[in-house]
Design a protein around this ligand. Structure first.
Ligand code: ZN
Length: 531
């Protein structure tokens, strides 16, 4: 089987993406994960550009890696400066990495306009910089910046830049679409032409996504014969990002028969992708191919019933291969098969002829029409199903609540809630203050219920989202509240809808507590039974 070498630049090009920033510790952790996955090269940063990258190169030397080589990235020496005196070159050498990646200009216009030097001097800059690191015994990768634009503008010169890099013994020539503007077919033509010209040196591809085709450009370059592939996890990178390795890798391995990871490592891809999102402190792109939460989520009724019969009807690959999983979403588009699928998931005994099935579907459609959404509120949906089937007795009943919000002059706003709930024959009446009306209500409700259900102490409210729904123009705006709660590493979402934000929050809050108690208490009973 053919194999290409993967060169990850999440820690360098990736951090140039808007909103992406990693601490040195984060960078080390990501490097370790990439190494475990079997990535061949990890570009750690540009030591000439910032002290954080210098610190990374120092720290990574003490980290044992199984397979990957660490690369330091930097530009060719400046014009008219001896290579050994150049600040950037010195910083690269000081990084003490086995691999050095030198980026040089291929586009004549950049040489004269940006570097303001002669075309001949630029060739010497490339040659001197590559030779310098070869003499130090390094593996040198040459990144030909703006290669495709340069080639279109002045093909002879662009080729000359590659030739001097090759003559200086570069180990790989990487064609870079630095501004991401080249479409796939012209790119393929140029890559093929270069592969024919440079037969004795491996070539690579570095694609940006400004035209939305970075992944396609990378794949055709591999088809054409490049042996070295650059990209980033989750496609992070300057502007619209780099070629997303989370798509490139499975496309290569599963669809093109090209190996690029260690044995059995593909199944860790989804996990790695989420891990990197988490360290970047960015919300995970759930719609990205292969590794998103939605990548194998089925919503349309026909899709769901077909997938249950044969998954390949609507799934291009088995989700487990990349460590992802199939999901069935409940919504107004759901038919019987989705409801039955969920019943099995929840451990409920329901079959297609059960009148409850129709009843649940109708209720679901009506509620979604009213503005509820259960795709992201499965806690509420499970309760809805259980209640419809007569399998859930509420843990408490509301007798009434009152919420007061008070603002006086410049003093902070005060919120206070009083609440009366009934549990069996017992009526509990409490009051609490909070940072806002919903917080006050949550605290008062908990105060009342914790006396009876101590398990509630461990259930925490972890997220609260409000959305104004404008789908029904002409009436007062509805608001939808989504609450996420968690206990012991498990989390669940619940929903409420009303024209009144307190009412909507209350509904979501009640479901969140009912669901939490249902899971905690039935789990405890199970443990007692087993003991
Ligand atoms: Zn780049």
């Amino acid at each position: 089987m053919r194999r290409v070498r993967l060169y990850d630049t999440t820690l360098r090009d990736g951090t140039q993406g808007e909103g992406v920033s990693f601490s040195v510790k984060d960078k080390i952790k990501i490097a370790q994960r990439l190494d475990e996955l079997g990535v061949d090269y990890i570009e750690g940063g540009w030591p000439g550009s910032n002290p954080k990258d210098i610190e990374f190169f120092r720290a990574i030397q003490d980290v044992p890696l199984l397979h990957a080589k660490i690369a330091a990235f930097g530009s060719t020496r400046r014009a008219n400066v001896p290579v050994e005196d150049d600040y950037n070159i010195k910083a690269l050498a000081a990084s003490n990495t086995p691999v050095v990646t030198i980026v040089g200009k291929s586009w004549d216009f950049h040489v004269t306009a940006a570097l303001r030097t002669t075309l001949e001097e630029n060739l010497r800059m490339i040659s001197d910089s590559v030779s310098y690191f070869k003499k130090l015994g390094k593996e040198v990768i040459y990144d030909a910046e703006h290669f495709f634009d340069g080639f279109k503008n002045n093909p002879d010169y662009a080729v000359d830049t590659l030739r001097v890099a090759q003559e200086a013994s570069a180990d790989c020539l990487v064609l870079c679409d630095t501004n991401g503007g080249v479409l796939t077919i012209p790119l393929q033509d140029i890559v093929e032409e270069m592969l024919a010209l440079f037969k004795n040196v491996p070539m690579g591809i570095h694609a940006h996504n400004d035209s939305g085709v970075a992944i396609a450009n990378t794949l055709v370059a591999v088809m054409a014969g490049v042996e070295h592939v650059q990209g980033t996890i989750n496609g992070y990178g300057e502007r619209c990002g780099n070629a997303n390795l989370c798509s490139v890798i499975p496309n290569l391995e599963l669809k093109m028969g090209v190996r690029c990871l260690g044995d059995g490592m593909l199944a860790n891809l989804t996990h790695l992708s989420r891990y990197v999102s988490e360290l970047a402190n960015l919300s995970h792109d759930e719609r990205q191919p292969y590794v998103g939460h939605s990548s194998f989520a089925h919503k349309g009724g026909i899709h769901v019933s077909a997938v249950q019969r044969a998954a390949q009807t609507y799934e291009h690959i088995d989700p487990e291969k990349v460590g992802n999983h199939r999901r069935v979403l409940v919504s107004e588009l759901s038919g019987r098969s989705s409801i039955l699928y969920k019943a099995t998931e929840y451990g409920l005994d329901l079959d297609k002829d059960d009148p409850h099935t129709r009843e649940i579907i109708e209720k679901l459609k009506r509620l979604e029409y009213e503005g509820y959404q259960f795709e992201a509120a499965e806690g509420s949906f499970e309760l809805l199903m259980r209640e419809a089937m007569g399998e859930h007795n509420p843990f408490f009943h509301l007798e009434g609540f009152r919420v007061i919000v008070e603002k006086k002059g410049d003093l902070p706003t005060l919120s206070e809630a009083t609440i009366k709930v009934r549990v069996g024959d017992e009526v509990v009446h409490t009051a609490a203050e909070g940072d806002g009306p919903v917080h006050a209500l949550d605290r008062a409700l908990r105060k009342a219920l914790e006396q009876i259900y101590p398990a509630l102490k461990d259930i925490r409210l972890t997220d609260f989202k409000v959305r104004v729904l404008d789908e029904k123009a002409g009436t007062a705006a509805l608001v939808r509240v989504l609450i996420e709660s968690s206990n012991d590493g498990k989390s669940w979402e619940t929903v409420g809808v009303s024209e009144n934000i307190i009412e909507a929050s209350w509904q979501a809050l009640v479901d969140s507590i009912e669901y939490g108690l249902l899971k905690t208490i039935s789990q405890k009973e199970l443990e007692v039974e087993q003991a």
